[in-house]
Design a binder for this molecule. Structure first.
Ligand code: ZN
Ligand code: ZN
Length: 133
């Protein structure tokens, strides 16, 4: 499936081919901090299937719990997270679905790092809802 990405300010534009069955939610502590929210939703794109059309992301290298360094790409102007990948030789780019135009069709199939999941995220369906703020 073809997806089209654009950061909030529009400086970064990119496209990729992804398998919509590979979308996952990550509840790890790093994803909570780096997104500024409760969890991260991502879909992998093979390196050959990911193309940046405009701009160059800023890279922050974090060290994963395993000790592996991971490149975290984001827009230097607006801060939108774009992807994570291997630092030296990325085989995959793990795209953050929030900046993808097709995000509504990218329904997660699994959740990982559930040991640090915030307990309330599993109960959102019962919460009061409003069309706008
Ligand atoms: Zn931006
Ligand atoms: Zn994570």
């Amino acid at each position: 499936m073809k997806v089209h990405g654009r950061c909030h300010c529009g400086e970064l534009r990119y496209e990729a081919d992804v398998d919509p069955a590979q979308v996952s939610i990550c509840h790890c502590r790093d994803c909570q901090i780096l997104t500024g929210t409760a969890y991260r939703v991502s879909v992998p794109a093979k390196a050959a299937d990911f193309h940046i059309l405009n701009g160059a992301p800023k890279i922050y290298v974090k060290t994963a719990e395993s000790g592996t360094p991971r490149a975290q790409a984001f827009c230097a102007t607006c801060g939108t997270p774009i992807y994570a990948s291997d630092v030296e030789h990325p085989a995959f780019y793990n795209l953050r679905i929030g900046a993808l135009a097709e995000r509504a069709e990218l329904k997660p199939a699994r959740q990982i790092w559930c040991r640090s999941a915030l307990a309330w995220v599993q109960g959102l369906s019962g919460m009061e809802m409003h069309e706008k703020s």
